[in-house]
Design a protein around this ligand. Structure first.
Ligand SMILES: C[S@@+](CC[C@H](N)C(=O)[O-])C[C@H]1O[C@@H](n2cnc3c(N)ncnc32)[C@H](O)[C@@H]1O
Length: 335
C-alpha cells in the first residue's frame, strides 16, 4: 500500500512531523525560519529536507510532490495573550502565505490532498469569529472541505499537560472527508501522569534551583508546599495547578525563565522543570536529541512553541485511514 508523503511549513522542531511519521506518513520536506529550531529539527529528522528561510521566499515549485501539507502557523496574533490584532498584525499574514503556496502548488499540479493546520483555540473566537470565517472561506474558495476540532492534550494525548489547540483538517477529496470522523478520536484515560513524566528525585544542576539568594524565594517557599503538583510563578503570585497536570507550556518560557513551571522536589528544593521534561510534557520521544550547543532558554521556547506529538499522531492516523479507504475503493473500481 502506498505511503503518503508530507511537507510542513512553520516546522519548528518538527512536532507535527513526528506525529504524522508515527502514523506512517513520510515527512519529506519542511520550512522553518528560525536557525535554532533548524538545529534541533535537523538532528532529529535526518531524512527530511529542511529549508531554513522565511516562508515569503518559498515558492510553490520548491515543494516536492506530496499528499499532505501541514502548517502550525504562528499563533501570537490570535492568542488572548497576544495583541488581538488578527490579520492587521503582520504575523497574521502567515495564513495568506499558506494560501499563496497552495495556489502556486495547484499551478504545479501538486495541490495537497490534505491540508492540516494547527493553532491556539482562540483562533475560533477571535474577533467574534470573523477571523475564523475568513480562514474557512479562503480554504473553501480553494475547494477544501474544512473539519476542525479543539483538543486538549491531557484528554486526547495521554500526556499530562493542559493544552487546548484547534486542529483544522482540510480535504480536497469529498470521499476522504466522508471517511474522516472526529468522533473516532475519543477522549482517553490519562495514565501517563506527572509523577511518571517529571523526576522528583532528579539530581539537577544548581541553575534550575530557586535558592535563598533569589529575591522571590520567600514568596515561592510560602506557596510551593506540595509534592506532585506543578506550580506557575506569575511574578507577584504563585499558582498551584490543582488538576494534577502541567499548565500550558508557552514560548515565553524562553524569556527570562519566569514562566517555566516549578515543582517542590523530594529533597524539598524548589526547581524549574528541566528542558527535557518540557519536551516530554509535549509527548516528544524520550530519545529525542537536544542539541548541546543550544542554551536552555532556546529549548524551553522550542518546547513551548511545539505541538503535543501524541495528539497529532491520533489525528494523523484518522487522516491516513480516511485516505486509505478512498484509495481502496478507487483501486477496486479499477479492477
Ligand atoms: C507555533 S510554531 C510551530 C511549531 C511546530 N509546528 C512544531 O511542532 O514544533 C511556529 C513556527 O513558525 C516559525 N515562523 C515564524 N515566522 C516564520 C516565517 N516568516 N517563515 C518561516 N517560519 C516562520 C517560527 O520560527 C516557529 O518555529
Amino acid at each position: 500500500m502506498k505511503q503518503y508523503k508530507m511537507a510542513s511549513l512553520f516546522a519548528g522542531i518538527g512536532g507535527i512531523d513526528y506525529g504524522f511519521e508515527q502514523a506512517g506518513v513520510i515527512p519529506v520536506w519542511a520550512n522553518e525560519v528560525d536557525k535554532y529550531c533548524a538545529i534541533t529539527f535537523t538532528l532529529n529528522h535526518k531524512k527530511t529536507k529542511l529549508i531554513v528561510d522565511d516562508i515569503c521566499n518559498i515558492k510553490g515549485k520548491d515543494i516536492p510532490k506530496i499528499d499532505i501539507l501541514s502548517a502550525g502557523f504562528p499563533c501570537q496574533p490570535f492568542s488572548i495573550a497576544g495583541y488581538r490584532k488578527g490579520f492587521q498584525d503582520n504575523r497574521g499574514n502567515m495564513f495568506r502565505q499558506i494560501m499563496r503556496l497552495i495556489d502556486e502548488m495547484e499551478k504545479n499540479n501538486n495541490k495537497p490532498r490534505i491540508l492540516f493546520l494547527e493553532n491556539v483555540k482562540n483562533l475560533k473566537t477571535h474577533d467574534n469569529g470573523h477571523t475564523f470565517d475568513i480562514i474557512r472561506s479562503e480554504l473553501e474558495k480553494r475547494k477544501y472541505i474544512v473539519k476542525e476540532k479543539i483538543l486538549n492534550t491531557c484528554e486526547y494525548g495521554n500526556v499530562p499537560q493542559n493544552r487546548e489547540r484547534i486542529l483544522i483538517v482540510c480535504f480536497l477529496n469529498a470521499s476522504d472527508s466522508q471517511n474522516f470522523d472526529w468522533e473516532n478520536i475519543c477522549k482517553i484515560k490519562l495514565t501517563n501522569t506527572i509523577e511518571k513524566v517529571v523526576d522528583w528525585n532528579a539530581d539537577v544542576d544548581k541553575k534550575y534551583l530557586y535558592e535563598k539568594n533569589k529575591s522571590c524565594y520567600q514568596l515561592l517557599k510560602k506557596n510551593i508546599t506540595e509534592h506532585n503538583t506543578i506550580y506557575q510563578y506569575r511574578r507577584v503570585y504563585v499558582r498551584a495547578n490543582k488538576t494534577g497536570v502541567c499548565p500550558t507550556l508557552t514560548a515565553n518560557m524562553g524569556m527570562g525563565g519566569h514562566n517555566v513551571p516549578l515543582i517542590l522536589d523530594n529533597k524539598n528544593r524548589i526547581r524549574k522543570l528541566l528542558p527535557r521534561e518540557c519536551l516530554l510534557l509535549q509527548g516528544f520521544p524520550k530519545d529525542m536529541i537536544i542539541p548541546k550547543e543550544l542554551c536552555d532558554s532556546r529549548v524551553y521556547k522550542q518546547a513551548g512553541n511545539a505541538v503535543s506529538v501524541p495528539v497529532i499522531k491520533r489525528v494523523a492516523e484518522e487522516i491516513v485511514k480516511a485516505m486509505k479507504e478512498t484509495d481502496l475503493i478507487y483501486e477496486d473500481n479499477k479492477l
